[in-house]
Design a protein around this ligand. Structure first.
Ligand code: PLP
Length: 429
């Protein structure tokens, strides 16, 4: 009865977990009415009313600005596009340095490369897993143009402190807010404290449009440049008298009217979607809080965590078996978890082989003194290799019955973990 599933016992959760029902009738109706109108995009890549997009896009951007208390919102087709547009908008030039954390989705650290910028990795905090302002300070040079802070897992980075550092040095703070819509620090929404915030609306996030992203800023000039990069800037520089032509080569990063219609519906229900995941994460935290060696995610004072990923820290010395064995045993009981989150991004081939744009090592040839090697960010490396155990809160629809089963699974593995110690060799691959 109490044999661990990984050792051949019966798993606690032996039924498929239902997926989170993020799309409902409201979204369907909204898309159908756009389709019925026949106007699937209102954008045109030249100057005029249609430069700004169609009616649904404009409405979605306006609602977003109201909801997040920000002056400008620029919709794009992904957070990745939004980050690239942000790097272009701030005038990033080849050889400029951009300080980034190593623990994030890869798009964060790739964005500077598109303009020849050099990503400079600064370690993260042990408690909140966001970029550490003290490490950021050490990395600032005369070449630093921006800091990209990531509100990782849904918890705000030390945004006001980072903004202050940026302002002191006359550089930009960009927030990658993909994982933290409606997160808060000291009463302000994440994504609105930096010079530009970038949100993701991809399928896996709290609220989504399938694919999509939103850029937010209070700065009129940055807003215009973001809009231009989104939509064929080169055609617009003359009519708007843009004197600074740097990076005014445009893309097509435009969102469709259908996506905007879904986004409007999702935004209306954002609190409901986010609260459901937050309650789930808080319940998971209270389950593990009692178990020595398992540390639930921290929430810094005056902050709101919205738990895109619920991430606990595992202490093998206290629990007595290796993390990866514990994680596999939990998976075998039917509690879907993963370890590590992400290998520190400087270990990606692009950095190890210093090959990004073209064959000849651009832009890394502009920064021969910058090294990318294991050992650079010890906190990020330790959390990745030894401590993180994660649960994707947006994936499943977790009822209170399933939640009790999660609790039973965690308690079962914890209680019988010593049976695993002897079997460690056979389960670790
Ligand atoms: C999801 C994510 C992205 C990429 O978002 P897309 O909309 O898929 O381009 C970037 N950064 C972080 C931190 C993310 O979680």
């Amino acid at each position: 009865m109490n044999t661990l599933a990984i050792l051949g016992g019966k798993p606690i959760i032996d039924y498929p977990l239902p997926l989170y029902p993020s799309i409902g009738k409201k979204e369907c109706d909204a898309v159908m009415s756009v389709i019925a109108s026949g106007s699937l995009s209102g954008f045109y890549g030249s100057w005029g009313d249609e430069f700004w997009g169609g009616t649904t896009i404009k409405q979605f951007e306006q609602r977003w600005s109201e909801r997040f208390h920000i002056k400008h919102t620029i919709s794009v087709n992904s957070n990745t596009s939004g980050l690239i547009a942000a790097m272009g908008a701030i005038g990033l030039s080849p050889g400029d340095e951009v300080i980034v954390p190593p623990t994030t989705m890869s798009a964060t650290v790739m964005s500077p490369l598109f303009y020849g910028g050099i990503p400079i990795f600064a370690d993260i905090e042990d408690e909140t897993f966001c970029i550490d302002p003290n490490e950021v300070r050490k990395k600032i040079t005369s070449k630093t143009k921006a800091i990209i802070a990531v509100n990782i897992f849904g918890h705000p980075a030390r945004l006001s402190e980072l903004r202050q550092i940026a302002d002191e040095h006359g550089i930009y703070l960009i927030e990658d807010n993909a994982q933290s819509p409606l997160g808060m620090e000291a009463g302000a929404y994440t994504g609105t404290i930096g010079h530009i915030g970038v949100f993701s609306l991809n399928y896996h996030k709290h609220i989504h449009t399938g694919e999509g992203g939103m850029c937010t800023t209070n700065d009129d000039h940055l807003a215009l440049r973001l809009q231009m990069i989104r939509n064929h800037a080169e055609n617009i520089v003359e009519p708007v008298h843009m004197s600074d032509l740097s990076n005014m080569i445009g893309h097509n990063m435009r969102m469709t009217e259908m996506s905007a219609a879904v986004g409007l519906a999702q935004l209306e229900d954002a609190d409901m979607h986010i609260d459901r995941r937050t309650r789930l994460a808080e319940s998971l935290s209270s389950i593990v809080a009692e178990l020595p060696g398992l540390t639930p995610p921290a929430v810094r004072e005056n902050c709101r965590h919205i738990y895109y990923v619920w991430t606990m820290k595992y202490d093998a010395a206290v629990v007595g078996i290796p993390r990866d064995v514990f994680s596999k045993a939990l998976n075998a009981e039917g509690f879907p978890n993963f370890t590590g989150y992400i290998r520190p991004l400087y270990m990606l081939p692009v950095f190890q082989q210093r090959t990004a744009i073209g064959r000849d090592g651009f832009p890394f040839i502009l920064a021969p003194h910058i090294r990318y090697e294991w050992g650079m960010c010890p906190v990020a490396e330790r959390l990745y290799s030894e401590e993180f155990i994660c649960f994707e809160t947006c994936a499943y629809d977790i009822s209170s019955e399933i939640l009790s089963d999660f609790a039973r699974a965690i308690h079962k593995v914890y209680e019988y973990r010593h049976e695993l110690a002897s079997a460690v060799m056979s389960v670790s691959d």
